[in-house]
Design a protein around this ligand. Structure first.
Ligand SMILES: Nc1ncnc2c1ncn2[C@@H]1O[C@H](COP(=O)(O)OP(=O)(O)O)[C@@H](O)[C@H]1O
Ligand SMILES: [Mg+2]
Length: 392
C-alpha cells in the first residue's frame, strides 16, 4: 500500500505501519491540487506582505499566536477562550477554567520557543522539547512530557479498546526508526513548502509518537515548517480555525491516507484550508491597521496627554486585557496617571470595563478583540467531545 500497511502484531491486534515520506508513487501535482497550491501561495504571500508595511507588526502577531493556540487546543476539547487567556495574562488566576487556560498558555510558550529555533532545522530533539513545553504542569503531565511513548496507544471513541479502536498507530518498537525517517524528511526542502508541511503533519499524526499532545504538536509543526521555509516571516496563520470547523473531515482525510493512500485528497483539503485561513488572516490584519489609524487620529487631538496616550494605544494592541497597573509598568508613569489614561481611553470608546470584578478592575480593548472573535467558530460549529485515547 502507498501510505503503509496494517500489520498483525505478535499479540494479535492490528497496527498501522506507515511507509516513509515522500509517498511512492509521488504526489500527483495536477488539476485542482495544483490550482489550489498556486492560490494558497498567493494568499500567503499577500498575508506575509502586510507585515512588511506595518509600523510595528509584533504588536499584534502575539494575538495571532494566541488565537491559533486557543483554536488548536479547542480541537482537543479544551474549553478556554481567547478572552480567558488574556485575562490570565493580565494576572487573573481564578476561575474554573484555569487548567484549560494553562494548557493554552503552555501552547503559546511552546509556539514561541519553537519559533525562536527556526534558524535550525526541525529536529526530533526540538519536537520533544516543544512537547515538554506544551505538557508542563497540566493534566497530561503523567503522560511523559518530552518523551516518545514506549507503549502501544490507540485512537477512538471514549472507552474503546485496542481491538475496537478507529486507528492503532505503529507499535512502540518501530517509533525511533519511523521518527528518524520523518526527521530526514523534515530536513528535505525539495517539495513545495505547503506539500511538505501537509505531508509531515499527516505522517506525524499517523505515527502518534507521544502518549498525548500529538494533535497539538503536529499542528505546531505546520507553523514551524512554513516559517522555516520562508513562506511566512511571522506566525500569522491560524490554520486550526479551518481544522476545527472541519474536524470530522480532518480526521476522515487523515484516515483515508492510511486506508487508501489518499495523499492528494488530504493535501487538497489541507491546502484549501491554508488558502482560506490566509485570506481571513489578511483581512484581519487589514482591519487592525484601519483600527490603529483611526484611533491614532483620534488621539492626535488629546493635547498634552496625547503622546503618552499614543504609547498606551500600542500597549493595548499587544495586551488587550489589562489593569491600570499594566499601563503604569509599560509606560513608566504613576498609578494615578495610568488610571487617568484608562479613564480617557474608556471615554474614547477604546477600552471597556469588564464585568465581574469588584476589586482589581480589568479593562478590555473590545473593538480589537472583536476582530479576532469574528474569526472564531460559532457555537453551533463547536466540537463534540474529542476522541479519547489511552494506553493498555
Ligand atoms: N482517526 C483519527 N481520529 C481522530 N483523531 C485523529 C485520527 N487520526 C489522527 N488523529 C489526530 O490525533 C489528534 C489527537 O491526538 P492527541 O494525542 O490526543 O493530541 P492532543 O492531546 O493534542 O489532543 C487529533 O487532533 C488528530 O490530529
Ligand atoms: Mg489529547
Amino acid at each position: 500500500m502507498r501510505a503503509g500497511r496494517f500489520v498483525q502484531q505478535p499479540t494479535g491486534y492490528v497496527a498501522f505501519e506507515p511507509a516513509p515520506l515522500p509517498p511512492e508513487p509521488p504526489v500527483r501535482l495536477d488539476g485542482e491540487l495544483l490550482r489550489l497550491l498556486s492560490s494558497a501561495d498567493l494568499a500567503l504571500g499577500r498575508l506575509d506582505g502586510i507585515t512588511g508595511i506595518l509600523p510595528n507588526p509584533d504588536l499584534f502577531v502575539a494575538m495571532y499566536v494566541r488565537q491559533e493556540a486557543v483554536l488548536s487546543s479547542q480541537i482537543e476539547g479544551t474549553q478556554a477562550s481567547l478572552t480567558d487567556v488574556l485575562q490570565f495574562e493580565a494576572g487573573d488566576r481564578e476561575g474554573s477554567k484555569l487548567r484549560d487556560v494553562q494548557e493554552v498558555v503552555n501552547y503559546v510558550g511552546a509556539m514561541n520557543y519553537g519559533l525562536e529555533q527556526t534558524s535550525l532545522p526541525m529536529s526530533l530533539r526540538l519536537i520533544r522539547e516543544i512537547h515538554a513545553h506544551l505538557m508542563q504542569g497540566v493534566r497530561g503531565e503523567h503522560l511523559e512530557p518530552g518523551e516518545f511513548r514506549r507503549t502501544q496507544n490507540w485512537i477512538g471513541p471514549a472507552g474503546c479498546t485496542l481491538s475496537t479502536a478507529s486507528f492503532v498507530p505503529p507499535p512502540p518498537h518501530l517509533l525511533l526508526q519511523l521518527m528518524g525517517t520523518l526527521e530526514r524528511f523534515l530536513y528535505d526542502e525539495t517539495l513545495p513548502p505547503l506539500i511538505h508541511a501537509g505531508l509531515a503533519h499527516a505522517q506525524f499524526e499517523t505515527i502518534h509518537p507521544f502518549l498525548d499532545g500529538n494533535g497539538r504538536v503536529g499542528r505546531l509543526l505546520i507553523t514551524f515548517l512554513l516559517c522555516q521555509r520562508g513562506v511566512l516571516s511571522r506566525p500569522l496563520l491560524y490554520i486550526s480555525h479551518f481544522l476545527k470547523q472541519n474536524r470530522a473531515e480532518y480526521y476522515d482525510r487523515l484516515q483515508a491516507v492510511r486506508t487508501n493512500g489518499a495523499w492528494e485528497e488530504w493535501l487538497t483539503f489541507f491546502i484549501r484550508g491554508v488558502r482560506d485561513v490566509a485570506s481571513q488572516a489578511h483581512e484581519t490584519a487589514r482591519r487592525i491597521l484601519d483600527l490603529r489609524t483611526r484611533y491614532q487620529a483620534l488621539l492626535q487631538n488629546e493635547g498634552k496627554a496625547g503622546a503618552t496616550l499614543l504609547r498606551a494605544l500600542d500597549v493595548v494592541f499587544a495586551q488587550p486585557v489589562l489593569t491600570p497597573a499594566t499601563l503604569e509598568e509599560k509606560l513608566g508613569v504613576t498609578y494615578v496617571t495610568a488610571n487617568n489614561h484608562v479613564a480617557r481611553l474608556m471615554e474614547l470608546g477604546i477600552l471597556q470595563e469588564m464585568t465581574g470584578y469588584k476589586r482589581n478592575r480589568r479593562f478590555s480593548f473590545a473593538p480589537y478583540l472583536a476582530l479576532f472573535e469574528s474569526t472564531a467558530p460559532t457555537a453551533s460549529a463547536s466540537a463534540s467531545p474529542s476522541p479519547a485515547r489511552s494506553e493498555p
